[in-house]
Write a new protein. Structure first.
Length: 74
């Protein structure tokens, strides 16, 4: 964690990872790319006010897993 990162942003990232894991990547409000449906984007914070988290669902891995690939903050 970067010491300059506000606590609400850190909390939103942790909350996003929990939701991603609990839903196995099928987060309500997330969007998938038409070309790469395994890549998803979800808003961070209330109504996306903090930014966007991107993640990839690796369904064909053994065991299947999800990787948080990028967090873009506003």
């Amino acid at each position: 964690m970067d010491s300059f990162l506000p606590g609400d942003v850190f909390g939103a990232i942790v909350a996003a990872t929990v939701v991603i894991n609990e839903t196995r990547g099928q987060v309500p409000g997330s969007s998938a790319l038409a070309k790469w449906p395994e890549q998803r984007r979800m808003p961070l914070g209330q109504d996306g006010s903090l930014g966007i988290a991107e993640y990839v669902i690796v369904a064909d891995a053994d065991p299947p897993h999800i990787v948080l690939t990028r967090v873009q903050l506003y």
